[in-house]
Design a protein. Sequence first.
Length: 358
Amino acid sequence: MALFSSKSESLMGVDISSTGIKLVELGKTRSGYELKALAVVPLPRDAIVENTIIDSMAVSQALLDAIEVARPSTRNAAISVSGNAVIIKTVSMPMATEFELETQIEYEADQHVPYDIDDVYLDFQILGESAEDPGAMDVVLVACKREVVEDYQLVLSEAGITAKCVDCAVFALENAAEVTGEHSVIDTQALPDEDAEVHALINIGANLININVLINGQMAFVRDQFYGGQNLTEEIQKEHGISYQAAEQMKIENFSSIHPEALERFYVGLTSELVRSLDFYSANHAEFPVQKLLLSGGCALIPGIATELEQRLGIEASVLHPFPSIKASSRKFDEDYLKKIGPMLMMPVGLALRGFDS
């Protein structure tokens, strides 16, 4: 699902988060996808807060550093937006072609978007026949604040990068999951039955959780929540009486030394946020309970997180890795490093895949 974009261009995926820049460029071979370029560059704390760029110079410099490290073959990028900058709604509309819908979408959006239509970018995707009304179709409507997109475009341009595609984080995650082998699209046109496969893609970053619940590979529920790895850092800081920076270092380099009480408080908060979202999903899809959690993002690197969430939520859980499904030359990339950080590269991988949309 490409949003606000042109298709079939060579693109690098650039994930701009509150903690850093993750850049991925992919190539395509007869046997599948291959990694061509990669960079992970940290950002100063509070350079980006809740999708708002506070320190544009720091972000632009980090982008320049990422380009220098990765040396990608293109300066065209796909980026993502999420959180309170984006509204995603599935609406039921009379059957129409994509061309016909183009003329109707602003009116429809006006009914669902709490902003002036002139202040947002709009896009849509036809999902197919509505399960509740055979004479209607389900359409995903997406609106994103123009000022957010334009702020990101500005810092990219200052680094010599052109944003050719602006995607939604939950959709980029869906794209990436399809190449891992852990998740597959069964038949997006068929109406689901009691044997439907229901997966929840859960990307847990530093301060944001992206959730995308799919029934037979078709989006059924999406939600972004502000919670993540920074909450664990703060719990470590509080429990051990150390600075934020020291707590962050302990989390990354000396995880086994973290006091169990700090971990427990983090997991209680995390499971509470996930239960709240899954309850929202179940309110409209009780007949299709989530069967599996597929985890990604920086928090997916936490030792034992899949087992912990599986026990607390009673739902099978596993961590998504884009490698080795995506091949990487051992002469160019450190295999152990890729294996270690793979789960946190799902978002930029999903964005980079936009370059191969037909």
